[in-house]
Design a protein around this ligand. Structure first.
Ligand SMILES: Nc1nc2c(ncn2[C@@H]2O[C@H](COP(=O)(O)OP(=O)(O)O)[C@@H](O)[C@H]2O)c(=O)[nH]1
Ligand SMILES: [Mg+2]
Length: 220
């Protein structure tokens, strides 16, 4: 009896299924607000799509080495294996912060990103991604101020931490704590999987999704 129980625990399917829903460049195209939603924000090339792919364990969000390609909000449905329905949505937002395209981008922001961040009723967590390898950016500070001013729950994901040694990483995390006091900051690497469990825990806590999402592991 016990052996059967143990075996069945071991074979619980922990996979995450993610499905691309739609790409919206206008408020009227946003999907219905029926599930808790997590927004991924940050400068172009910071690693937004890579973080999403790493969390769900498949290449669902398109990554690019050309900055500023995403000019719309890409929505994904997230469903843990064994549950019949999606439990939450991920939203991959357009990047900001590249001078060359900043005017177009800021028009996009005014037209549909600001309204999204201001009014989306089910938005339960905003993840502000910041490259751990580059100094603190004015545009990132502005984003955090924007979110704080609107009372949106937010956390920082420090990306590409595989590029630094343990010492430098510790220093960098102290710098984040100084620059953004009181804001949860998760060191992350899409390459090594560092921070993946911590980020899932944060997402689960904010979205109140079933506990096994937090410990979900994907086959390599
Ligand atoms: N070394 C390293 N490179 C990364 C990591 N995450 C993303 N990148 C690289 O950074 C570039 C931009 O990534 P992408 O996810 O497309 O960024 P986005 O524009 O914010 O969606 C790509 O060349 C990725 O391969 C990471 O954790 N470590
Ligand atoms: Mg992207």
């Amino acid at each position: 009896m016990l052996a059967t129980l143990v075996r069945s625990r071991e074979t619980v399917d922990m996979r995450i299924f993610a499905r691309f829903m739609l790409s919206a460049s206008d408020e009227s195209h946003f999907p219905a607000s029926t599930l808790p939603e997590v927004a991924f924000l940050g400068r172009s090339n910071v690693g937004k799509s890579s973080v999403i792919n790493s969390l769900v364990g498949s290449k669902i969000a398109r990554t690019s080495s050309t900055p500023g390609r995403t000019r719309s909000i890409n929505f994904f449905e997230i469903r843990p294996a064994g549950l019949p329905k999606p439990q939450l949505l991920f939203a991959d937002l357009p990047g900001y912060g590249y001078a060359k395209i900043s005017r177009e981008i800021s028009q996009d922001w005014a037209r549909f990103v600001d309204p999204y961040l201001e009014r989306r009723p089910t938005l339960s967590l905003c993840l502000a991604l910041m490259d751990a390898n580059v100094p603190s950016q004015e545009s990132d500070r502005q984003l955090i101020e924007f979110l704080a001013a609107r009372g949106r729950p937010h956390a920082i994901v420090a990306t590409k931490c595989d590029r630094m040694s343990g010492n430098v990483l510790a220093q960098t995390m102290r710098r984040f704590a100084q620059d953004y006091p009181g804001i949860e900051t998760i060191p992350f690497s899409a390459k090594t999987g560092m921070g993946k469990e911590a980020l899932w825990a944060q997402i689960r806590a904010s979205a109140s999704v079933p506990p096994h999402l937090a410990t979900a592991r994907n086959p390599d």
